[in-house]
Design a protein around this ligand. Structure first.
Ligand SMILES: [Zn+2]
Length: 580
């Protein structure tokens, strides 16, 4: 679908108002605050945001949720020779106590990570005997691999980060606050990360016959009161767009994510100043608890305002690590398929650069998938790959690709004023085109194509071991109805017809986003583990490799998941058919 730039006069006026003076002052202030979640500094950062909103007379609400956090304190590996290697425990590692854990040690090598979408995957071939042992492996302490080693009986895990710096992180798969149903999934053993040079020494020692080592970890875990400011800019209608990013950080976290917080403040300023031009309303939210609570702030908001968002929210835009040093490319930008044209054109129109899309991974405050909100962006601009290679940078999950990410080195030089201003224009363009579009610029034919391609792939993987025909029939019918629906859109002229079309688009998102992105139920939150397209059908990909005696169990479950997906697509068809 072609999106005509709606109200391009308004667009020119808002873009003329783009500056980052206010944002840069926020960045300089945040450079003095170690915004660990639940801390006094995080609280001071929220107070700073609120003071700016007050000064600009922007309406806001300051929520104060209790969030479940894990705060890393110290970690080390001690060798029998007396050598101690200092590291960092990821959030939600267990604490060992002063005595530590002493156990046999084993090295399980892992392949290098390729790119940002690859960060959460597991790069080890199974089979190593880790039972009762401390495992040493390369990479980041991500939940998938941590859980696998734990299930295989490892009593402790040491991750060798790719470079000289040790990166903070979080190893629980539980998304947001644990519930009575999910809390058992919390890691049950100590985990820590060490630097590449220390890792090399450790691996050499193991090769030379090191039999055992002692690891020590210390963290604080519990419920903490945090501040969560949300600015509200009222447009002509109550329909709203949610624009959001986290303001807690590892250390002072300039690239991740003071730059994003500055951007959110500038967006609140610009859209508030031009609020009389806006058709729809805008919520601008700053989350606590992202880093040490696995997106605890955005998850709390998704839960607390689930019904409001379900009824009113037309799209969500996430802002993490824009405007960083040397970040001039847009080749690892995430957006959902229905927002493809919108996102490509916003980036191209605002910057002249052609972007490259990544499908959103199960990470980074995408806490609204199971509500069915169309979401786009997470990280934005990044350092070109060739430059990163030249700089000796390895893949990281923010800061525009700068390896200062999640370390004490994420300081003021990681931010770039010119790049921040350029990225702000991308956001202003994309947000305004959603807020002021007559008919929402979202094309769910692209979503259905993505779903159909995935179902095709599952069918090939499963062969004759699964029957996906009920889904294929529904997809065919839905595609036809959607084609008719989109073909009729240009003829929607009256306010009532336009409102009806937008209603249909919003309800389509509620059905199709969960089909495309969720394995669990609406209002729940899937764990932070890699999820494929149409994840309910993932068993289809495993059927061939599953031993014949186990296979019928997989098939029995898959039939139910096929029914759920086919039924959702049937409901989407009924919705579109009635409004075409
Ligand atoms: Zn971040």
């Amino acid at each position: 679908m072609k999106t005509k730039p709606q109200g391009s006069d308004a667009e020119a006026k808002l873009l003329a108002d783009v500056s980052v003076n206010l944002g840069w002052a926020l960045i300089e202030r945040f450079a003095t605050l170690n915004r660990e979640s639940g801390s006094a500094d995080e609280c001071a950062a929220a107070d700073y945001i609120v003071s700016q909103l007050q000064r600009l007379r922007i309406p806001y609400h300051l929520h104060e949720p209790q969030l479940y956090l894990s705060l890393p304190r110290s970690a080390s590996v001690e060798l029998p020779s007396g050598v101690t290697l200092k590291g960092k425990p990821p959030s939600f590692s267990t604490s060992t106590g002063a005595a530590g854990i002493t156990a046999p040690i084993v090295h399980v090598p892992a392949a290098a990570i390729k790119d940002v979408a690859d960060l959460f995957e597991d790069h080890r071939s199974g089979g190593a005997d880790v039972r009762g042992k401390i495992v040493v492996s390369e990479g980041y302490a991500m939940p998938l691999v941590v859980e696998r080693f734990e299930r295989a009986g490892a009593v402790g895990q040491v991750y060798i980060n790719p470079g000289d710096r040790v990166h903070w992180g979080i190893c629980t798969p539980i998304w947001g606050a644990p519930t009575d149903k999910t809390i058992e999934r919390k890691p049950q053993s100590p985990v820590l990360a060490i630097s590449r040079p220390d890792g090399d020494r450790l691996v050499a020692a193991i090769r030379d016959g090191l039999a055992q080592a002692t690891i020590r970890t210390a963290l604080e875990e519990g419920w903490y009161r945090c501040k969560l400011p949300v600015a509200r800019i009222a447009g002509a209608s109550d329909d709203l767009m949610l624009v959001h990013g986290h303001y807690d950080s590892w250390d002072v976290g300039i690239g991740d994510n003071a730059v994003g917080d500055a951007t959110l403040l500038e967006l609140a300023r610009i859209f508030h100043a031009h609020r009389k031009r806006l058709r729809r309303s805008l919520l601008v939210a700053w989350w606590p608890g992202h880093s040490m609570g696995r997106y605890a702030g955005s998850t709390w908001f998704a839960d607390r305002f689930a019904l409001d968002l379900r009824q009113r929210c037309v799209a969500a835009l996430n802002i993490d690590s824009p405007g960083c040093w040397r970040a001039t490319q847009y080749d690892e930008v995430m957006w959902m398929a229905e927002a493809d044209d919108l996102c490509r054109r916003a980036i191209k129109d605002a910057t002249g650069v052609t972007p490259h899309r990544l499908r959103p991974i199960r990470a980074g405050d995408y806490s609204f998938n199971q509500l069915g909100l169309t979401s786009f962006f997470m990280l934005l601009s990044n350092i070109p790959k060739a430059e990163r290679d030249q700089l000796g940078f390895y893949p990281v999950g923010g800061c525009g690709g700068n390896t200062a990410w999640h370390t004490e080195a994420d300081l003021l030089p990681v931010a770039d004023r010119g790049n921040l201003e350029r990225d702000l224009k991308v956001y202003v363009t994309a947000i305004l085109r959603v807020l002021n579009a007559g008919i929402l610029p979202l094309d769910y034919r692209a979503t259905v194509k993505e779903i159909a391609d995935a179902v095709n792939a599952y069918r090939k993987q499963a062969g004759d071991l699964a029957d996906l025909a009920p889904i294929e029939q529904e997809l065919k019918r839905l595609r036809g109805a959607l084609n008719a629906f989109y073909a009729a859109l240009p003829r929607c002229r009256s306010a009532a017809a336009i409102a009806q079309a937008n209603d249909t688009l919003r309800e389509l998102a509620r059905i199709l986003v969960p089909v495309n992105y969720a394995a669990g139920e609406r209002f729940d939150h899937d764990p932070a583990l890699p999820l494929g397209t149409v994840p309910r059908l993932s068993a289809a990909a495993r059927l061939q490799s599953t031993p014949p005696d186990r296979r019928p169990f997989l098939q029995a479950g898959l039939v139910r998941e096929v029914n759920k997906v086919a039924n959702a697509l049937h409901e989407a068809w009924r919705l579109v058919r009635h409004s075409a």
